[in-house]
Design a binder for this molecule. Sequence first.
Ligand SMILES: *Cc1c(COP(=O)(O)O)cnc(C)c1O
Length: 331
Amino acid sequence: MQSYASARAEFSGNAKVFLDANENPFESKYNRYPDPWHQELKEKLAAYKNIATEYIFLGNGSDEAIDLLIRAFCNPGLDKIVLCTPTYGMYKVTAALNDIEVQNIPLLENFQPDTESIQKIKDVSFKLLFLCSPNNPSGNCLSTESISKIIDSFPGIVVLDEAYIDFADQRSFINRLDKCQNLVVLQTLSKAWGMAGIRIGMAFANPQIIAVLNKIKAPYNISTPNMEAALNVLANTQPMKKQISEIVEQRNHLSAILLGFNEVERVYPSDANFLLVKFKDAKYVFQTLCERGIVLRDRSKQVNCEHCLRITIGTPKENEILVNTLSEFLK
Ligand SMILES: *Cc1c(COP(=O)(O)O)cnc(C)c1O
């Protein structure tokens, strides 16, 4: 296919008068269409991530990148993708929306990939395999060795979702893109960066894959105010870094306190900004907290997550309210 050539994308150089895009000519903050290639933001991100701009795709959240990857590389009704559950729900939803069959190869009981089974896949109709590290909802990083083995053996593209990587000690895979031609790494401004409201997600991959995503994206997929907000947060990353260390400290603190409750069976080790917690009676805890105005995420229906709730790390005050409320009704 040929992509839509937006007015602004067809022009490069210097001009004084723009009569090309049927915009309202009277100057205001937002009367012009945004840059379809978000060049300024990509350059700032490239410098921060130490990678060339040709390796970066920006989407309306990483959810847009997930959708575009599936639409670009999978033929509806013919191709298949591999998921390793329990994991982020959008992969499955987006596959269904695009009529793509899902083969599930669940994570092992320690929430690490079943590398042996994955390495047996030879069928080239498997176009994509999604891994999430640190994994949502289990919270752990997948082992670097397993991820590498899977990238080496999988016949299609491996999408490694690093939405929570900024909370982890483990290194990102984005500096391995030259060695791993079939790797796409997803990151987002929605979690550690504190910008879920502006919907900006990043895909990092070799320039051929990035070119495909750019070709099929909506022409103006990132709006001017959102771009400005992202540039603002990138201009000073100190507050974000401080928040990350506070969240990690709170995570470890909350984990220790939760283990003191008789009702808590297990707190899974987390490299992210949430804890997966196994209760004796998750439904009771979930509902009672709800009635008292505290909302957790019920993950008890996911594979290997029976009786588990996912708890996002809040501010110290919010975490204290959670603990105090739990103490009120749990012995
Ligand atoms: C929250 C989350 C995202 C974020 O998606 P955005 O569309 O960028 O907000 C992506 N992947 C995982 C695993 C997540 O948990």
